[in-house]
Design a protein. Sequence first.
Length: 284
Amino acid sequence: MKQLSLDNLRTFVSVIELGGYAKAGEFVGRSQPAISLQIKKLESQLERKLFTKVGQRHLPSADGNWLYPKAKELLELNDNIFKSLIPAPLSGRLRLGIPNEFASTLLPGLIGEFSKRYPDVSLEVTSSLSRDLLHPSQRDHFDLILALVNPNEDTEGEVVLEDEIVWVGDASRPLVGDSIPLVLAPDGCMYRSRVIEQLKQQTFAWKITYTNADLGGLVAAIQQGLGITALARSSLPQNVSPLNHPKLPKLGRVNICLFNQDTQHPVISKTLAEFITSRLKAGS
């Protein structure tokens, strides 16, 4: 059976619509002789003359005019088959809730990369304590939540990473004096609770010298020598260091979990969740 070349038909349609071989060649990215050869092959296969030359223009013959709508129909059918198999670009609004420390360390690079790949997705990010993000009165405000969960707690979330909570400070400022100075987030912060719980089991003195919910504020306080803090190892900013000291007890581990609650845009939420998971695991 004879089979028409869709490539040659597309060139044929381009010559008619653009009025000549040269312009058709620019459109499809071929030289004028290559366009001429394609048309000759099509004419040879059909045994019909498809164009007549008038001046510098190539005008369709009666057979060319007859073939034109049928060629358009074949090309449209071909193109629609491929369009139907290509996934529609992700688009919509996604509301992300994330702890303050991860917003500062994880989001900047991740959001830039995600936005480049999916420019039609609008991200709405809220930073807060994990306890507040997961509170029943707030939880429905988010499509996707990244939160810290104690390992001994049951959770509906997917455990992305089992991380270590570490002491954090300025390596150039060693601990001195009889009391351990602490810079911590407010009540309700898991790190604060874990630090106080472990220090109460020790005999060393300690005091809270500064409180701030923002990681940037805590880092600034550390760099000013106000004290030390605790964070999940995967959330450490570059300008502080993990600390080891005989006075500092082990702080245990924490689960970093994702809660995917999006029913309207599940593909978007799943895609961002995969981005977050890969970044966290790569940095652990």
